[in-house]
Design a protein around this ligand. Structure first.
Ligand SMILES: [Zn+2]
Length: 227
């Protein structure tokens, strides 16, 4: 097995350790070497990360690291890779990119956003992906009473989102596609229900957009029960 094959296998696997390792590399931006002959470090990071906020008791780490290496079909050989103590994660709690004062820069583990911590006999390797919330620009229409009606997933009909001017109106099933199309219009137009319950086309003023958290929109889409 080549290192590239190993990386693809990890990316494709649904087990908690492979998912945690993929998150650690892609979300947290950790720089871990994924290698068939130097598996000790990344396997140990994967099993601790997989425990998430629960943490992993020190005594469970080595057996899990070995089991995970077996799962991947790689050998952990030599004192460093196959240590009887959880030395990789212990090292990471003191010598990571979060410790600029650590004396040995070459030995530091770059964990990206993730932090390695020991607490009450357990180890934790966690990060938060909400450090930088993503915002999207959403056009809005100012109603007669001054309230704003934003082009949000809550405007969905059973067939999707009705956008565009009278005569050229079309229905877009997917919210994100609809938002892209509406945002590209010089005068964004969409159909919405007014306070009296009538569905009418409204025209937004160019530049009337509000920054909305993408996670909020995703939550609204989830409540609709469509994709
Ligand atoms: Zn796996």
């Amino acid at each position: 097995m080549t290192n590239e094959e190993l990386k693809s296998a990890i990316a494709a696997c649904d087990c908690p350790e492979c998912r945690a390792l993929t998150g650690l590399l892609n979300e947290a931006g950790a720089k871990l070497q994924i290698s068939t002959v130097r598996g000790g470090r990344f396997c140990e990071m994967a099993v601790v990360a997989a425990a998430g906020e629960r943490g992993l008791p020190a005594g469970d780490i080595v057996p899990r690291r070995r089991r995970y290496a077996e799962h991947l079909g790689i050998q952990l050989s030599g004192n460093t890779q196959n240590d009887d103590k959880p030395n990789h994660i212990m090292w990471a709690t003191k010598h990571s990119n979060h410790h600029p004062d650590a004396s040995d820069p070459g030995g530091r583990i770059n964990l990206g956003l993730a932090r390695a911590v020991e607490r009450d006999g357990s180890f934790f390797l966690t990060w938060t992906s909400s450090d930088k919330p993503r915002f999207v620009k959403v056009p809005f229409y100012v109603e007669q009473d001054g309230g704003k009606t934003l082009f949000l997933p809550s405007l969905a009909t059973t067939s999707g989102f009705w956008i565009g001017p009278k005569g050229e109106e079309r229905c877009v099933p997917n919210y994100w596609d609809a938002l892209n199309e509406v945002s590209a219009m010089s005068t964004p137009r969409f159909r919405r229900e007014n306070a009296a319950g009538n569905r009418g086309i409204v025209a937004c003023k160019a530049g009337d957009v509000e920054e909305v958290k993408a996670s909020y929109i995703e939550r609204l889409i989830g409540q609709l029960g469509n994709d």
